[in-house]
Design a protein around this ligand. Structure first.
Ligand SMILES: Nc1ncnc2c1ncn2[C@@H]1O[C@H](COP(=O)(O)OP(=O)(O)OP(=O)(O)O)[C@@H](O)[C@H]1O
Ligand SMILES: [Zn+2]
Length: 753
């Protein structure tokens, strides 16, 4: 049920507090999910909270964070409900040890519970997505709190910041510890900061600290800053029309999602910025998702330039203290625009009005570890629950998104430039340059211009094979070939991280005659450098950006007057560089060989996105695509910039074969260190599912990875998939309880990608 929903008017008035569920005066039971990672405690537990109630009891509610005793341990727990009675007698209930100063908005608690169901994980793991950064370490210190918390006052904070205050070293240390958040006196002792009663009293008398009874700890720093609202660009007619549609939706209480399908360079960012601005003017907050922060520095900068201090950026690359500061600014309402990667969905925003998903087609929106959620699906649910608008944008939306969401189109580039012509040329040798490409690069060299070259394969050579027996050198842990990385002189596995120094001998037959096959970015870099000499070549892939991140390479290319940016799909993300005259895709259709229903879609996106970087702010621009089959569906449409044509043909194909959006996919992967056990387990799961009325396809063997033999079952469910999902959850839980799968591991992946 949606407790946060309400009219817009209510929302605007309700900004003073983080909307706690006010405890009914009689409520003395808190139902709590302890955040323990074990699947065994996959249910809530009741605690007696009589000591918290009374006085300012409203602070305790759904989303409050408690430190609770659990067995012999302590755990952080999330309150999901307050009740008058428990099924257990009160004498058997324990009391929490502390109420933490920070809390989650109650809407997030509900979202996490939904996510845990949908993605077959535990509530604890889902809640972990939403916790304030770095909470666990601090909470452990607070774990002993029983009666009172010590809190820094504003004067204390200033004293700490000023150099000339009369503070002893110990006092300063103590205040510094409190700057991080309120602490119980017992916790101070635990942290080695034991202060005598007298010294604490002195600090209290000077007004630098104060005591607060547990249960009334309030958040600090509330205050709203909307920030600078710069208006630079004059919207184009198409942008204006899109904004009219968006603004109309923003004033609806329960707006349906919108897909902003704008060709590359059509100025989708400007539309997002203005939509966000309208939302802020209504007193509501905004979440902006980008696939990867490091690959979207321009988008982040544009939001920061437009909204200043109202923006908070959340991502894992930030130091914990910084992330925590950003989280608190959002929680307090000081920041009302949250920009981040998929995890920013769980930002503690109140009165959410708009959720933007930029480059919605990007695979980075799917989390590949537990909880295996798809941020686009979660964003839709979040928006629905909050009565907010979901605005997903891309030049190459997923086929599902066309089918699912209403579309707003931008068909021209905002800067008046045109989309570059795309020419597809046949090229057998993957990784080598075709003559047309060599000629075009020569032109770039003589004109001292810029080019972007995409080869979606890193390393020097994708395999090394024995000339005598023909075997490729493989990873000992995975059934894949090792990739030769020349600069570091290592053969590397791209799946498990294994690396070895080559001995120069074939491990199978002992021959010393090895041959390298194919080419990756490292090899192409050399070929390009020779072709465009003296222009610089900037290589961007996971190897070159491991240490510094991609932003430096991108910035260097942008600053350069001329040169070539070469790399994996990273070079085709939403970058906005002026004056790129040539785009080149090498081995464009390599991905079509993969058994993946998204293969055509991925190739279409890759080529269209790369073409989208070319010819901005100039009248020149061309794209050359090398492929072994120039007639491949994806390439034919990409060459014509025909996203609509591609999507309608792709939809036909998906309907015929039974793929999303016509079904929802649920994959079940079984793994085992012993060959065969994974298949046996898969058969067992399949027959149990069949008995529960769920047909599963497979098992299909997958290649062995990181020492695990793997097999996969696929369930195709007519949307909505809830019914089948429920059956799958039950079967899986029952098999786990009965330990029926032996040593085999099982992972359920809903909305796989
Ligand atoms: N109304 C406008 N007038 C002039 N220039 C504009 C306008 N709107 C956007 N632009 C410029 O057009 C360029 C492309 O915009 P933007 O990067 O937002 O494109 P996009 O639609 O996100 O493309 P992509 O899908 O390739 O990421 C930017 O340099 C932007 O500053
Ligand atoms: Zn491996």
């Amino acid at each position: 049920m949606d407790r946060e929903a309400g009219t817009v008017g209510e929302r605007a008035n309700n900004r003073e507090r983080p909307a706690p569920v006010t405890a009914p005066a009689e409520a003395v039971i808190a139902r709590v999910y302890p955040l323990l990672s074990t699947r065994a405690v996959d249910r809530p537990f009741d605690y007696l909270v009589d000591t918290f109630v009374g006085g300012d009891a409203g602070e305790l509610g759904r989303g409050s964070l408690l430190v609770v005793p659990f067995g012999r341990e302590r755990a952080i727990g999330v309150v999901v409900e307050l009740l008058r009675e428990s099924e257990l007698p009160r004498s058997r209930l324990r009391r929490p040890l502390a109420l933490l100063a920070e809390s989650l908005p109650s809407s997030l608690v509900e979202l996490c519970l939904w996510l845990a169901e949908r993605y077959c994980t535990t509530p604890a793991r889902a809640f972990a997505l939403a916790l304030p950064p770095g909470l666990t370490a601090r909470a452990r210190r607070q774990g002993t709190a029983r009666r009172a918390l010590l809190e820094l006052t504003e004067a204390g904070r200033q004293a700490l910041g000023a150099a000339n205050q009369r503070l002893g070293a110990r006092q300063r240390e103590l205040l510094a510890a409190l700057a991080d958040g309120p602490l119980a006196t017992e916790a101070l002792a635990e942290a080695g900061l034991a202060a005598t009663r007298e010294s604490l009293r002195r600090l209290e008398r000077r007004g630098l600290v104060r005591r607060r009874p547990v249960g009334t700890v309030a958040l600090r720093g509330r205050g709203i800053a909307v920030g600078r609202l710069l208006r630079d660009a004059v919207p184009t007619a198409a942008q204006r029309k899109a904004l009219e549609v968006i603004e109309a939706r923003l004033s609806e209480p329960q707006p349906a999602p919108l897909l902003l399908h704008g060709v590359t360079g059509s100025g989708k960012t400007e539309v997002y910025l203005r939509a966000a601005e309208s939302c802020l003017e209504q007193g509501r907050s905004v979440i902006v998702l980008v696939p990867e922060i490091a690959l979207a520095p321009q988008t982040v900068a544009r939001f920061e330039a437009r909204f200043g201090d109202a923006v908070a950026v959340l991502h894992s690359g930030l130091e914990q203290a910084v992330r925590r500061g950003e989280w608190q600014r959002l929680r307090s309402g000081a920041a009302r625009v949250c920009v981040g990667a998929r995890s920013a969905l769980f930002a503690p925003c109140e009165q959410l009005g708009l959720v933007i998903v930029d480059e919605e087609h990007d695979d980075a929106y799917k989390q590949q570890q537990d909880p295996r959620y798809d941020a686009r699906r979660v964003a839709e649910e979040l928006a629905r629950r909050a009565g907010a608008l979901l605005l997903a944008g891309s030049a190459t939306p997923r086929v599902e998104s066309f089918a699912r969401w209403q579309r707003v189109a931008l068909q021209e580039r905002a800067d008046g430039s045109r989309l570059p012509p795309v020419e597809v040329v046949r090229s057998e040798a993957h990784g080598r340059l075709a003559q047309a490409a060599i000629d075009a690069l020569e032109e770039v060299r003589t004109r001292r211009a810029k080019a972007i070259v995409l080869l979606n394969r890193r390393g020097y050579a994708p395999y090394a094979a024995c000339r005598s027996c023909g075997r490729a050198l493989g990873c000992p842990n995975c059934d894949v070939a090792l990739v030769w990385h020349r600069a570091v002189r290592l053969l590397r596995c791209h799946h498990c991280g294994y690396a070895e120094r080559p001995t120069g001998r074939c491990p199978s037959c002992g021959s010393v005659s090895l041959v390298l096959g194919g080419a990756g970015t490292e090899q192409l870099e050399q070929a390009l450098a020779a072709l465009v000499d003296p222009l610089p070549v900037f290589r961007l892939d996971a190897d070159t950006s491991a240490a510094t991140g991609p932003a430096r390479v991108l910035a260097a290319f942008e600053r350069a007057e001329a040169g070539v940016l070469l790399g994996t799909q990273m070079v085709a993300k939403g970058h906005d560089f002026a004056g790129v005259e040539l785009g080149l895709v090498v081995a464009a259709d390599a991905a079509l060989a993969l058994p993946d229903h998204r293969a055509q879609e991925r190739v279409f996106q890759l080529v269209t996105q790369l073409a989208g970087r070319v010819g901005r702010g100039s009248q020149r621009g061309r794209v050359i695509v090398q492929a072994s089959d120039p007639q491949a569906r994806a390439l034919r449409y990409a060459a014509r910039h025909d996203a609509d044509g591609f999507v309608s043909e792709e939809l036909e194909w998906r309907r015929a074969l039974g793929y999303p959006p016509f079904v929802e996919l649920i994959e079940i992967e079984l793994g085992s260190a012993t060959a065969g056990a994974e298949l046996a387990a898969a058969e067992r799961v399949r027959s149990e599912l069949a008995q529960a009325g769920v047909a599963a396809l497979g098992p299909a063997p997958l290649f062995r990875r990181a020492g695990k033999f793997r097999a996969r079952l696929v369930v195709k469910a007519e949307p909505p998939a809830e019914h089948k999902l429920q059956a799958i959850r039950e079967v899986v839980a029952e098999l786990a309880r009965a330990r029926a799968l032996g040593e085999a591991t099982l992972v359920v992946d809903v909305d796989p990608c």
